[in-house]
Design a protein around this ligand. Structure first.
Ligand code: SF4
Ligand code: MSK
Length: 671
């Protein structure tokens, strides 16, 4: 059994630390303590265990050893990794499919409570696929777009059309390599087929299909999900929000929405503001209904409606332990089965809503788009009815919360850099070319109780900010920075290098931009593509001084995201353990797959995937890659001493000077 850790070793978040002390007092288990008790299997962890058929499981631990069928270690590792990527792609894409059906129902007036909020985005997206827009109603366009998107999942031949949104060069490369997805479902199914016993037994060949499957996620399934969420619920723009457990309110009915899909949560937001529901809550003795979110559902409603985030992945159990949550409403993905058992210690009801997800012991109120508002009200009334069962002696809400400004969609970034008339990525590219911004890092992904919650996210983020690296974030990584206060303009700027600080002050942005949920990593693909197309930073993503990081990854979706980013040309660094680490100290050739997804993929796609556990090494590798790309573009070497003499901080210093010194400081000694 691993050593049991102290609360401050489990997490760097002060609210979470308080709740873990509370867990100890109450004698309840959490993912943190279960991680201590669960010793990972080092053979499976290294990707060297195969259970693809009933002759196994075959655990390969010696040089030259093969499975009963003769499968080698690299074949087994490639199959395991590809299956994980296929599962991640399936999860994102099934979410995208549901959104497409919701768009269809909305267009046909069959989805109670939904309407098309962002007609401009609808017209723009329809335009990508040559769907006629002029003289047509939003509903007509939406109906065609929904049909088109639904067909992308089941398409059997040809190419999924959203790949058109990549750079021309990248599309050409994918075609040459034979990895353009034909249809989303086809690639996922083929990944499962190829990895069945007795099929594809060439590790590199298997991994090329992993690329194709991941591309079906990033450039189709997830991109479709993001597009439709924006069309139906509005393209995000900056809005004030809050994050951490302190958003839970003592005197209100607390409802937490958790999971990923915005379809139900947006309707719960609408229902919570309904006078009938507010009156119902007041009649129950509460001041009203207080909604908050966990995981990516939190990100969806935070960036559009400013609904607070109670926390990221590892906060789901801690939120219940406040004893003040009447209902936790879950849809799909990242929902721990442990919630139900934990909730039995309190009065919290766990309400499952997806036809795909049930948890034994949970209340199931199935979501149905045709009567979504009615169902959302029913869920809220169930929560309100539960308010009377709250045991005040068991209530403990840590008073820790932080403000943030989320909502940096790629559309808004374009707008903020150039206004309505000259929306452009030009200023960002110019700042990178000048060296004011050294490069860009996307720090995304989950929490993992095997490391200290938020520690790696925040350490890497803070160090890169000091090095003038602009950070964009999604998923649980974004919530980690939000809780730390890095997503508020000025508050975050004290941590930032001089050049980046000047840019943030000029444009009026925080140094860490919250770009949304896990499926919204496609927004990052769009930003990188637009940067490449703007000019000055090469003509494709692999030339941009940018790196993707997931320091605390845990889900299969993270592996799918990593792989589509690599295939799009990005260098991706994952922290924690590698699922294909092999055991090079014991089995000489057990790192074939590890080398292929790094050097092999870099040769083929210009991007690579590496697992680096040490955060300092992660930072070093990020900066080295950014500097290498800068040098390849012929950009000036990064030099922090060149900048920092303009901007708000300088003006404040100048303000404090006597008049003659002021003049000198502004115009120089010669004046
Ligand atoms: Fe063993 Fe081969 Fe079956 Fe895998 S597929 S469990 S290696 S016999
Ligand atoms: S919710 S996939 S823990 S980021 Fe998207 Fe967070 Fe990872 Fe789930």
């Amino acid at each position: 059994m691993a050593k049991k850790r102290e609360p401050q070793e489990y997490t760097t978040d002060p609210a979470a630390q308080q709740m873990l002390i509370r867990a100890e007092e109450l004698g309840v288990q959490t993912a943190f303590t279960r991680a201590d008790d669960m010793v990972p299997c080092n053979i499976g962890g290294a990707g060297m265990c195969c259970k693809q058929c009933g002759m196994g499981p075959c655990r390969l631990t010696k040089d030259g050893q093969v499975g009963i069928c003769g499968a080698t270690i690299d074949t087994i590792q490639a199959r395991n990794l590809t299956r994980a990527i296929a599962a991640g792609a399936a999860a994102h894409s099934d979410h995208g499919r549901d959104m497409a059906f919701l768009l269809k129902a909305t267009a046909n007036g069959e989805a109670e409570g939904y309407y098309i909020r962002d007609v401009a985005k609808l017209r723009m997206v329809a335009g990508y696929y040559d769907i006629p827009v002029e003289g047509r109603s939003p509903e007509e366009i939406a109906n065609d777009l929904a049909d088109f998107y639904i067909a992308q999942f089941g398409q059997q031949r040809g190419e999924v059309l959203p790949v058109r949104r990549a750079t021309k060069k990248r599309q050409q490369l994918w075609r040459e390599r034979g990895v353009v997805p034909r249809g989303v479902d086809r690639e996922v199914v083929e990944a499962l087929h190829r990895t069945h016993i007795g099929d594809d037994q060439d590790a590199e060949h298997i991994l090329e299909h992993a690329i194709r499957t991941a591309l079906a996620d990033g450039w189709a399934g997830s991109m479709i999900a993001t597009d439709i969420s924006d069309i139906l619920f509005g393209t995000p723009a900056p809005i004030l929000g809050q994050a951490n457990l302190g958003v839970i309110k003592e005197d209100m009915v607390n409802v937490i929405v958790h999971g990923h899909e915005p379809s139900l949560s947006e309707m719960i937001v609408a229902a919570s503001q309904d006078p009938e529901i507010i009156a119902y809550a007041r009649a129950a003795g509460a001041k009203g209904v207080n909604l908050s979110g966990i995981c990516c559902t939190a990100n969806e409603i935070l960036m559009r409606q400013g609904i607070p985030a109670a926390g990221n992945f590892l906060h789901q159990e801690l939120a219940i332990m406040t004893g003040a949550v009447e209902a936790m409403v879950v849809d799909v993905q990242c929902i721990m089965q442990a919630l139900v058992g934990l909730a039995q210690n309190f009065h919290t009801q766990i309400i499952t809503t997806s036809p795909k997800v049930r948890i034994k012991g949970a209340t199931h109120i199935e979501f149905e788009e045709h009567k979504a508002l009615t169902i959302a009200k029913q869920i809220l009334k169930t929560a309100i009815d539960n308010f009377k069962n709250r045991d005040k002696s068991k209530t403990y809400i840590p008073q820790v919360r932080e403000d943030l400004i989320p909502g940096f969609s790629h559309e808004y970034i374009n707008y903020m850099l150039g206004g309505s008339y000259r929306a452009s990525f030009r200023p960002l590219n110019d700042a990178i070319m000048a060296g004011r911004i050294r490069g860009v890092a996307a720090i995304v992904g989950c929490n993992n109780p095997r490391s200290s919650q938020d520690y790696l996210h925040n350490l890497v983020t803070k160090e890169l900010l000091k090095q003038d690296v602009l950070i964009v974030q999604t998923g649980c990584g974004a919530i980690a920075s939000a809780k730390l206060g890095l997503m508020l303009g000025e508050a975050g700027l004290s941590e930032v290098g001089p050049g980046l600080r000047e840019v943030c002050e000029t444009v009026g942005i925080p140094p860490v931009l919250h770009m949304g949920s896990c499926v919204d990593n496609t927004r990052i693909l769009t930003v990188l593509t637009q940067m490449a197309e703007t000019g000055g930073l090469g003509d494709d993503i692999d030339q941009i001084p940018a790196v993707g990081l997931a320091p605390e990854w845990m889900s299969e979706k993270a592996l799918a995201i990593a792989t589509y980013c690599v295939a799009s040309g990005a260098y991706v660094i994952f922290g924690g353990a590698s699922p294909v680490s092999g055991m090079p100290d014991r089995v000489a050739d057990s790192d074939i797959v590890l080398r292929y997804i790094s050097q092999g993929w870099e040769e083929r796609y210009g991007g690579k995937l590496e697992f680096i556990a040490d955060p300092q090494e992660m930072i070093k590798a990020t900066l080295a890659h950014i500097d290498k790309k800068r040098a390849a573009l012929g950009l000036p070497e990064y030099d922090p001493t060149r900048f920092g003499r303009s901007g708000d901080s300088k003006m404040l210093q100048i303000e404090a000077l006597p008049l003659e010194k002021k003049r000198e400081a502004i115009y120089g000694a010669a004046v």
